[in-house]
Design a protein around this ligand. Structure first.
Ligand SMILES: Nc1ncnc2c1ncn2[C@@H]1O[C@H](COP(=O)(O)OP(=O)(O)OP(=O)(O)O)[C@@H](O)[C@H]1O
Ligand SMILES: [Mg+2]
Length: 468
C-alpha cells in the first residue's frame, strides 16, 4: 500500500509536478470534437501515451517503469485515480480522502496515511464527479454532500466545500466480497469466543431480540451479518438499511433500502417508513442495519407484538448508553409517549445487548454481552453475561485479553429446548470456573455463585403482558 522508501518532500514535489504536466498534456491532446465513448477515449489515451513514450524517457526520480506510469495515467484520466488500486487491494477496508493530498487507508485493522495523492483539487473533484455519476448522484455548492453505494457495493460518502473545510473529503467502506463469518470472527480475528458464538446462535434461533452496539467502524454490521446466519432457512426475513451492506445467506430475504431526497428535497424514504412498511409484509424477522431515529419506537412495538427475533445495531459506547440512546430515539418519533412507558417497552423488547469495540491495536472484539432483565419506572436491571478482561499489551502493541462468561446464568432463556439448555449450562459453568481460577490467581478467596432461579423469567412474563 505505502512504499517502504517514501520520497522526501522535494522529490514528492517534483514527481507531482511531472505527473500534473503529463496529465495536462494528455487532456490537451484528446480530440474533443466528437463525444467519445469509454472505449474510444481509452484508445485515444493509449495512443497519445504511446506516442509520448516513443519520443521521451521517464525521469528516474519518478521511480516508475513506463508500464506502471501508463497504468497510473489511465487511472487518473479515465478511472478513480489514486483510489483505483486501493479499491482493488485485498485487505484494505476503509479509504479516506482528506483534501487532494492526503489519502488514508485502513489495512488489516490499521489506519495509515498512504503516499498516494490526487494531482490537485480539480483532479479530486473530477474523480468525485466520475464516482458519483455512475450512481446517479452529484455534489455541488447547493448540495455539498452525498451518500451512496458504488457499483461493487462499497459505501461512499462525499463532502465538498463549503461544508468540508480543507478540500473535498471522501469516505469509502469497501464491500467485502466474502463477508467475515462467525468462524472468521472466532479463529481469524479472536473477536468472539466459541462459547459466546454458540450462545449468540442459540439466542438468535430462539428469537431473542438483539442489539449490537459500538462506535463507528467497530464491526457492528459485520457481527450482525455473521449472526444473521443463525436465522433458520425457513423464515421470511425483511432487511432494512440505509445502504445495503448485509449479505444474508437464507433463501427468503426481502431487502429494502432507504432513499435520500432528490434535488428538490422530495421523495425521501426513511428507515422508519420502511420499518412501518415491513410490518405489512408478513415478516418472520426484521433486521434493521442501523437504528438511529424515530424508527426505534416502531421496532420496539414490533418486537413486543410478535415480531421477536429482530436484530439491529446502534451507535453507542456501552450497554447503558444503548438504553439512553433508545429512549432518546423513541422521543424523536414525536408521539408524546411518557418516558416510563418507553422504558417499559425497551425493557420488555430488548433481550440482549452485544457491545463491540475497536482496540488501539486495530483489533475489534466483543467486550460485553448484557442481558436486560427488566425495566422499572426509573431504571433498568441489567446483567452482564460475558465481559472482556484486558490483560496485557505485548511488545508489538497487540492487546491480550480474555472474553469470558461472568458466571451469571441468563434469566430469559428458560423456554429453550433441553439440548440448548445443556449447552448453555456448559458455556456458563465454564465462566464460573474461569472466574474461580482468576480469583484463585489473585490469591483472593473465590466467591460461590448463587444458583440461578429456575422459575420462568420476569422478562418472559412482561413480554407476554405486552403482547396482550
Ligand atoms: N471482528 C473484526 N475483526 C477485524 N476486522 C473487522 C471485524 N469486524 C469488522 N471488521 C472490519 O472493520 C470494518 C468496519 O466494519 P463494520 O462495517 O462491520 O463496522 P460498523 O461498526 O458497522 O461501522 P459503521 O459505524 O460505519 O456502520 C470493515 O472493513 C470490516 O471488514
Ligand atoms: Mg455499520
Amino acid at each position: 500500500m505505502a512504499d517502504v522508501s517514501a520520497p522526501d518532500d522535494r522529490t514528492r514535489e517534483r514527481i507531482l509536478r511531472f505527473k500534473k504536466d503529463f496529465h495536462q498534456r494528455i487532456l490537451d491532446q484528446i480530440d474533443r470534437r466528437q463525444s467519445l465513448n469509454k472505449y474510444e477515449l481509452k484508445a485515444q489515451v493509449e495512443s497519445i501515451t504511446e506516442k509520448i513514450f516513443a519520443r521521451e524517457e521517464l525521469p528516474p526520480f519518478l521511480g516508475l517503469t513506463k508500464e506502471q506510469f501508463k497504468k497510473e495515467t489511465f487511472d487518473n484520466v479515465l478511472g478513480y485515480g489514486p483510489l483505483e488500486d486501493l479499491l482493488n487491494e485485498a485487505g484494505v477496508d476503509d479509504i479516506m480522502v482528506v483534501g487532494y493530498a492526503k489519502i488514508f487507508a485502513e489495512k488489516d485493522g490499521k489506519l495509515q496515511l498512504t503516499n498516494r495523492s490526487f494531482l490537485d483539487e480539480q483532479h479530486l473533484r473530477t474523480v468525485i464527479d466520475r464516482m458519483l455519476r455512475v450512481i446517479g448522484k452529484s455534489v455541488n455548492d447547493l448540495n455539498p454532500y452525498a451518500d451512496g453505494r458504488l457499483e461493487d457495493g462499497s459505501r461512499i460518502n462525499v463532502v465538498v466545500p463549503p461544508l468540508a473545510l480543507d478540500g473535498p473529503q471522501i469516505t469509502i467502506r469497501k464491500f467485502p466480497s466474502n463477508p467475515h463469518t462467525m468462524e472468521d470472527l472466532i479463529h481469524k480475528f479472536g473477536s468472539v469466543t466459541q462459547g459466546l458464538a454458540d450462545f449468540m446462535r442459540i439466542a438468535v434461533r430462539n428469537r431473542k431480540n438483539i442489539v449490537i452496539s459500538g462506535g463507528s467502524g467497530t464491526g457492528k454490521t459485520t457481527l450482525l451479518n455473521a449472526l444473521s446466519n443463525a436465522i433458520p432457512d425457513d423464515e421470511r426475513i425483511v432487511t432494512i438499511e440505509d445502504t445495503a451492506e448485509l449479505k444474508l445467506r437464507q433463501p427468503h430475504v426481502a431487502r429494502m433500502e432507504t432513499r435520500q431526497p432528490n434535488f428538490e428535497g422530495k421523495g425521501v424514504v426513511t428507515i422508519r417508513d420502511l420499518v412501518r412498511n415491513a410490518l405489512r409484509m408478513r415478516p418472520d424477522r426484521i433486521v434493521v442495519g442501523e437504528c438511529r431515529g424515530g424508527e426505534a419506537i416502531d421496532m420496539l412495538q414490533a418486537m413486543n407484538t410478535g415480531h421477536d427475533g429482530s436484530l439491529t445495531t446502534i451507535h453507542a459506547n456501552s450497554p447503558e448508553d444503548v438504553l439512553l440512546r433508545l429512549e432518546t430515539m423513541c422521543t424523536m418519533a414525536g408521539l408524546d409517549i411518557p418516558l416510563a412507558s418507553i422504558r417499559k417497552q425497551i425493557g420488555a423488547a430488548i433481550d440482549l445487548i452485544v457491545q463491540v469495540a475497536r482496540f488501539g491495536d486495530g483489533t475489534r472484539r466483543v467486550i460485553a454481552v448484557t442481558e436486560i432483565l427488566e425495566a422499572q419506572d426509573h431504571a433498568y436491571t441489567l446483567q452482564d453475561l460475558f465481559l472482556f478482561h484486558r490483560e496485557l499489551v505485548r511488545e508489538d502493541g497487540r492487546i491480550e485479553g480474555d472474553l469470558r462468561p461472568t458466571g451469571k446464568t441468563p434469566k430469559s432463556f428458560e423456554s429453550f429446548v433441553q439440548s440448548e439448555r445443556d449447552q448453555l449450562k456448559e458455556i456458563f459453568s465454564a465462566g464460573k470456573k474461569a472466574r474461580a481460577a482468576a480469583a484463585a490467581k489473585a490469591e483472593a478467596p473465590a466467591k460461590a455463585e448463587p444458583p440461578a432461579p429456575a422459575a420462568k423469567s420476569k422478562k418472559d412474563a412482561e413480554k407476554e403482558a405486552a403482547k396482550k
